[in-house]
Ligand binder design. Structure first.
Ligand SMILES: *Cc1c(COP(=O)(O)O)cnc(C)c1O
Length: 240
C-alpha cells in the first residue's frame, strides 16, 4: 500500500473520531440523544480504497452525488456492508442506473423525477426510499422544492407505488452568519415535524438530512437526524 493511501487512512481515523465527537457534543448540548443522528459520508472524489478503509473503521452510510462516479465505484462497493445513497442532482433519464443500487435518493424535487423513480422501482419489485429536497433559501440556481409547494408536492408523490417518502433534505445558502443559518435549519425541522404529525400514508419522517462540513454541529443543534460530511472526513477534495 502506498504511503499516500496510508496517510489518507491515518487522517481519516482522526477526522472520523473528531466528527463523531462534534456530533455527539452538539446533540448533547441541544438535549438530544446523539444516537438520533447518523453520519453519511459524502464520498465524491474519494477513491474506493479510502472508502473501503473508512467502512472497515465503522462508517456505514455513504452518499455519492454523481451517477457516473457512483457506477464507477459500485463494483467495488456492492460487496461491502454499507448503505449507499444518492445525494446529488439527478436527471430523470439517469434514474435507471440507480434503482436497486442505492437505498435512498435524497434529492427528489420534481414530480417527474419521483414518478420515474417509482415506475422503475415498482417494475423491479422494489421500493426506493426518497427524501424531498427543499430549496429552503429559495435560491434560483439551486435544486429543491419551494417551501410553499412542499406539502402539495408530498401529497402528490406519496401516492406513487415504488417509492417511500422518508424525510427531507436541504442545502441551505452559503452563509457565515450563524443566526441566519440556524433559521434555515430550524425552518426545515419545523416542516419535518409538521409533516410527521400529519401521519400521511406512505410518508415516514425518518430522515432530516442537513448539515455539511462547515455547519454540521449547528444542523445537529437544530434537529438534523442525518449530516452529510465530506471534506471534514476525507480532507479537501482533489479534482483530477
Ligand atoms: C459534497 C456534498 C456534501 C458534503 O460537503 P462537504 O462540505 O465536503 O462536507 C454534502 N451534501 C451534498 C449534496 C454534497 O454534494
Amino acid at each position: 500500500m502506498g504511503s499516500l493511501a496510508t496517510e489518507a487512512m491515518r487522517s481519516f481515523d482522526e477526522n472520523f473520531k473528531r466528527v463523531g465527537e462534534e456530533i455527539a457534543r452538539a446533540a448533547e448540548k441541544a438535549g438530544r440523544d446523539p444516537r438520533e443522528v447518523s453520519l453519511l459520508a459524502a464520498t465524491k472524489t474519494v477513491p474506493v480504497e479510502t472508502i473501503r478503509y473508512a467502512l472497515s473503521q465503522g462508517l456505514f452510510h455513504i452518499g455519492e452525488n454523481r451517477v457516473q462516479e457512483l457506477l464507477d465505484k459500485y463494483g467495488a462497493l456492492e460487496r461491502e456492508a454499507c448503505d449507499l445513497q444518492f445525494i446529488g442532482r439527478l436527471q430523470t433519464n439517469k434514474v435507471k442506473y440507480l434503482i436497486g443500487k442505492v437505498s435512498c435518493i435524497q434529492s427528489v424535487d420534481s414530480v417527474k423525477l419521483a414518478r420515474e423513480i417509482a415506475r422503475l422501482s415498482a417494475a423491479q419489485g422494489l421500493v426506493t426510499k426518497v427524501l424531498v429536497q427543499v430549496n429552503i433559501g429559495r435560491e434560483e440556481q439551486k435544486g429543491g422544492v419551494d417551501p410553499d409547494a412542499l406539502y402539495g408536492f408530498i401529497d402528490q408523490i406519496r401516492e406513487f407505488p415504488g417509492i417511500s417518502v422518508n424525510g427531507l433534505m436541504a442545502i441551505p445558502p452559503v452563509c457565515d452568519k450563524e443566526t441566519v443559518l440556524s433559521g434555515y435549519f430550524s425552518a426545515m425541522r419545523k416542516y419535518y415535524v409538521d409533516i410527521a404529525a400529519k401521519k400521511l400514508d406512505n410518508v415516514n419522517m425518518h430522515s432530516l438530512s442537513m448539515g455539511m462540513s462547515s455547519d454540521f454541529p449547528l444542523a445537529v443543534a437544530c434537529g438534523a437526524t442525518m449530516v452529510r460530511v465530506g471534506s471534514s472526513l476525507f480532507g479537501a477534495r482533489q479534482y483530477v
